[in-house]
Design a protein around this ligand. Structure first.
Ligand code: GAR
Length: 193
């Protein structure tokens, strides 16, 4: 169990594959006075991920790993994470499933954010599927990670109303706004703050 000894005592790594808007919101959260986390490392499977720019802007060490071979990529990531004494990993738009071996090797907590009200709409195209099924609500979920896609114990969820004229794009935008608030809240919840 991770013991909280003071503000910013928990070293965090954020994993991204794309735009990194959740990464940005987590960095902003980490810079707040009483934040429990300090973001020490950004990891990406995609050298073109736009979110990597936040590493440069906020001077946080960023590493890209080639995922052609997941086993090798994960071994390198684990070594990096051990070097930096990372205690919590936040997946933020990281479009890979972590292997059972990875989960066994990393002793800390791993969280993920997903843009649906899990267990509904795991995987890709969540917004499109929710609208096509005439759902009245969608939303976002922060959950602990296990070796199955978008599964694992739910920490927090936020509901978002789907309007009559909703498109996948407008819904994604609306949900992202809530994601940026929900992820920091869920981290606080995990550490009983
Ligand atoms: C977010 O909507 C996140 O919930 C989703 O990817 C987007 C990343 O946006 N994650 C998943 O679908 C994971 N299954 P961002 O790069 O701007 O944070």
């Amino acid at each position: 169990m991770v013991q909280l000894t003071g503000p910013k005592s928990i070293k965090c790594a954020v994993f991204i594959s794309g735009a990194g808007s959740n990464l940005k919101s987590l960095i902003q959260f980490s810079k707040r006075k009483n934040s429990p986390i300090s973001i020490e490392l950004i990891i990406s499977d995609n050298s073109k991920a736009k979110g990597l720019k936040f590493g440069k802007i906020f001077k946080i060490s960023s590493k890209v790993f080639n995922y052609k071979n997941r086993l090798i990529a994960e071994k390198k990531i684990i070594s990096e994470i051990k070097k930096k004494k990372i205690k919590i990993i936040c997946l933020a738009g990281f479009m890979r499933v972590l292997s059972k071996d990875f989960l066994k090797s990393f002793k800390g907590k791993i969280l993920n954010i997903h843009p649906s009200l899990l267990p509904k709409y795991k995987g890709l195209n969540t917004h499109h599927r929710a609208i096509s099924n005439n759902e009245k609500y969608s939303g976002c979920t922060v959950h602990f990670v296990n070796s199955k896609l978008d599964s694992g114990k739910i920490i927090l969820q936020k509901k978002v109303k789907i309007t009559k004229s909703e498109t996948a794009k407008s819904l994604a935008k609306k949900i992202l706004v809530q994601e940026h608030k929900l992820y920091p809240k869920a981290i606080k919840e995990v550490f009983n703050l």
